[in-house]
Design a protein around this ligand. Structure first.
Ligand code: C5P
Length: 289
């Protein structure tokens, strides 16, 4: 038995940190949207009782340190299913640890794939509960699309899709650990915040330029010297005609939204010359999904 599931990357059109919670997490307000850029996740069930993952990225773990394997384990546990041999192959295109929710998307794809393959008829809320136990972005990745996310990121309200556009992504060479950046942010001292309601209203107008104008991520302001690499990419994207440019999630990947394909192509080639971790993609149109 085998199934292939696409795991789509996401970008944050906004990210605000409201407060630190008693459980150590933070209450957030985010607007996120799915990209056409995706990993291909193949899930095969054969004889045996081991759950393993392999991929085209050599450094990814093959055991439960890989969130895709953990997702499969939690799925079997939550549904009280007898152990089975699950072989997950991940053809990764989404850059790892970049703010694009690649790992969370892979985990969500495993949950959806196993639910379909084993015909377990797990309800969306049951899947969301398992997803939420794996990571804050996994619940969003189960549905994808353009969403307003609150709480830890698991309270989701659908929004009109981001207007069609061309998206250039570029990942600066440095890495950021998500807990490190959350540790640096002091919600009460944040001076500049996104106008999240303004962004949501802009999405309802369907206008790319107005929507881009409202994009803001509070984590860009706590980057110290690493912010220079982010600013450099943002400026390049804006100079080449992006309607807006932003770091996604806790970074470090930066994206620009372009109305014109030609301008996006130019920006893509310019950034790709210096940085191979540069991508040209689009909004994921779920109706063609
Ligand atoms: O949920 P996830 O494992 O993806 O979160 C990684 C880390 O990010 C957490 O350990 C926590 O430090 C931080 N985080 C947070 N508040 C959130 C989401 C994540 O503080 N809402």
């Amino acid at each position: 038995m085998e199934i292939l599931v696409k795991a789509h990357a996401k970008i944050n059109l906004s990210l605000d940190v409201l407060r630190k919670r008693d459980d150590g997490y933070h209450d957030l307000e985010m607007v996120m949207t799915s990209l056409a850029l995706c990993d291909d996740i193949s899930i095969r069930i054969t004889e045996g009782s081991q759950i393993t993952a392999s991929s085209n990225v050599p450094f990814l773990p093959s055991d439960q340190k890989n969130i895709a394997v953990l997702a499969a384990m939690r799925f079997f546990q939550a549904l009280n299913l007898p152990p089975q041999q699950v072989e997950i192959y991940m053809h990764k295109r989404i850059p790892v640890a970049a703010g694009l929710a690649g790992g969370s998307a892979d985990a969500a794809a495993v949950l959806k794939g196993l639910n379909a393959l084993l015909d377990t008829k797990c309800s969306p809320s049951q899947l969301a509960e398992i997803g939420g136990s794996l990571g804050s972005d996994v619940t969003y990745c189960l549905t994808g699309g353009t969403m307003f996310a609150q709480g830890k990121g698991e309270i989701l309200s659908p929004l009109p899709p981001l207007p069609p556009c061309h998206i250039v992504l570029s990942r600066p060479a440095f890495s950021i650990k998500t807990p490190e950046l959350f540790g640096q942010i002091q919600p009460k001292k944040i001076v500049h915040r996104p106008d999240t309601q303004g962004l949501i209203k802009a999405l309802f107008t369907g206008d790319l330029s107005t929507t881009s104008h409202y994009m803001y991520n509070v984590f860009e302001d706590v980057l110290d010297s690493r912010g220079e690499a982010v600013s450099h990419i943002k400026n390049t994207l804006l100079d080449q005609g992006a309607q807006g440019a932003l770091m996604t999630g806790t970074g470090p990947c930066v994206f620009g939204l372009f109305a014109e394909e030609e301008a996006a192509q130019k920006a893509y080639h310019l950034l790709k010359e210096k940085n191979s971790a540069t991508f040209l993609t689009q909004v994921f149109d779920q109706s063609n999904g």
